[in-house]
Each structure stands twice: as C-alpha cells, then as structure tokens.
Design a protein around this ligand. Structure first.
Ligand SMILES: [Cu+2]
Length: 143
C-alpha cells in the first residue's frame, strides 16, 4: 500500500511542479543588474520588492538558467573592512517594501557563461518562503 502511495507521489509531483507554484503577492520594482566588465563573469543586481498581499513574504532563493548562481548579499563592516555576507531570508513587511540598492544589499550573480551587455535582459526566478515563485526580468545597465 505504502509503495503505491510513494509511486503516485513520484508521478504526480514532477508534472505538477512547473505550474503549481502560487503567486507571491509581491511586485518587483525596477529590477536591474550592472553590466559585466572585461573577463568578469560576476556582477550585482538590485530591485525593490513591494508587498501587495497585505501579509508580507520572505525571499528565500534565486534561480538562474545556464548554471549561473545568484545569492542575496548584505555588506557588513568587519573592523575597517567591508565584507559581503549571504542572506538566507530577505523579508518584505506586510504592505511594505524592501530594497536591494547599490548602497545596501545586492543580488550577487556568479558563474555567468558570457558577458552582460547594456540593453540586455537577465531573467531570475524569485522563490519565496511560502512556496510561491515568480520571474523577474533584470535590465542590464551601468547604474
Ligand atoms: Cu556580493
């Protein structure tokens, strides 16, 4: 009996996954990433997240195509040295907004397969703590 249940789950979940994710109730404002320089295959991205659900939400993951990696980073002072630290959960307050800006946190993008040029668009999937997810298209520009 248990075997049949497990088999049924194995069949159902891969089919359900692509469309089953709920909407996060979040609006993404002005998503952009900085152009890459020279041979660099890493850059930083920025955006504001606005809660429209009235419940708030928490960004817990970023996913990119082609094996590139994206993390949420904050900058912290360690004595006189500025360091970057990964943030595992980035909260958007109920009815409020949370921002990643050049003077605050950023999305760290690593392992790009090629340069990012002015005018291109970089899609990144945003994953939230409640299981919802959405795509955001980041405009590639200089500032
Ligand atoms: Cu970083």
């Amino acid at each position: 009996m248990l075997r049949w249940v497990l088999l049924a789950m194995a069949v159902a979940f891969p089919l359900a996954a692509p469309w089953a994710a709920a909407e996060p109730g979040i609006k993404v404002e002005d998503p952009w990433v900085r152009v890459t320089f020279g041979q660099s295959r890493a850059t930083a991205g920025y955006m504001a997240l606005i809660d429209q659900s009235g419940k708030g939400n928490t960004l817990v993951g970023l996913e990119m195509a082609g094996g590139a990696k994206a993390e949420i980073h904050e900058t912290v002072m360690d004595g006189d040295v500025v360091k970057m630290r990964m943030v595992k959960a980035f909260s958007i307050p109920a009815g409020g907004r949370a921002e990643l800006t050049p003077t605050g946190g950023h999305i760290m993008i690593m392992g790009l397969t090629g340069p990012l040029k002015m005018g291109e668009t970089l899609p990144i999937k945003l994953k939230f703590a409640d299981g919802s997810e959405m795509m955001a298209n980041f405009a590639v520009r200089t500032n």
